[in-house]
Design a protein around this ligand. Structure first.
Ligand SMILES: [Zn+2]
Length: 279
């Protein structure tokens, strides 16, 4: 794989990480940030598992689990409670849209000219309406209707990210796009990485390790919570293979809870606390 193709793939991976976590970031804006582990925002999948369990009891799915999947736009957010998440979302949305405008300006062919029935040159509307085309916003300078059109921004961040991924990977669409020049790809790569880090930092998924304040319910060892970039959270027990928790060992021979296993750990921690309160 040559370096240009390789770099294009890394851009696509970073941009996919941004759009896949976008719903979580929008949902985080409406929740008070809390100093707890895992960061509440990283628990979306746990909420979902819990919701699946409860579905048997015909309980409604929690609103928050649903909201994370809706194509919300941040400006419509009624009551931001997490201003760091809001700042991150505004910055990433702005940077991503600006980047798409800049890339379109350099690699996208202008709308073709056609001739009308009288031989007069006109805009080729079919070419202009090509769904693969990125439309930058248009502005009018004066008057109350100065914001003329949002262009492709109106379709939201998800579409902008997918469109940029196509340019980074040099996906063809007739003669609409030229191959992305290496220098421009470098800029796109740096921006995509920065945007991904911004989103993951705001969601507490940037590789931090936190010591949990409750001991392991099985061996009283010390529990540590880990988040990693682009990955799901995990908890490890410090004791090693002697710990009798019903989960596998990680590559450092520690018991480790991942994914659905975390539900079992939370339940055991809750039960331990409950017993402690009753005794
Ligand atoms: Zn343990």
């Amino acid at each position: 794989m040559n370096t240009q193709t390789d770099r294009g793939h890394r851009v696509a991976v970073d941009l996919a990480a941004v759009r896949e976590q976008w719903g979580d970031l929008l949902a985080a804006i409406g929740r008070r940030p809390a100093a707890e582990w895992p960061p509440r925002e990283a628990r979306g999948f746990l909420d979902q598992l819990a919701a699946d369990d409860r579905a048997e009891d015909d309980d409604p799915v929690p609103v928050e689990a649903v909201v994370g999947r809706l194509p919300l736009t941040i400006r419509e957010h009624p009551s931001p409670l997490n201003l760091d998440a809001l700042d991150a979302a505004l910055a990433v949305e702005r940077d991503l849209f600006d980047l798409a405008d800049a890339v379109a300006e350099q690699v996208q062919r202008s709308v073709r000219r056609a001739r009308d029935a009288h031989g007069q040159p006109i805009r080729d509307e079919a070419d202009a309406a090509d769904p693969a085309r990125w439309h930058p916003p248009t502005h009018r300078d004066a008057g109350p209707a100065s914001a003329a059109s949002a262009g492709s921004r109106g379709y939201g961040l998800h579409w902008a990210a997918v469109w940029l991924e196509g340019r980074a990977l040099d996906e063809m669409s007739g003669d609409l796009f030229e191959p992305i020049p290496p220098r421009l790809l470098d800029e796109v790569a740096a921006s995509a990485r920065r945007m991904r880090l911004t989103v993951e930092r705001a969601l507490g998924r940037d590789g931090r390790t936190t010591t949990l304040d409750k001991p392991c319910p099985w061996c009283c060892g010390q529990l540590a919570g880990h988040t990693k970039s682009g990955g799901e959270p995990a908890v490890t027990c410090s004791t090693g293979p002697q710990c009798g928790a019903p989960v596998l060992l990680d590559d450092r021979s520690r018991r480790v809870w991942r994914g659905a296993e975390l539900v079992g750990l939370w339940a055991a921690l809750d039960a331990a606390q409950h017993n402690g309160e009753n005794s």
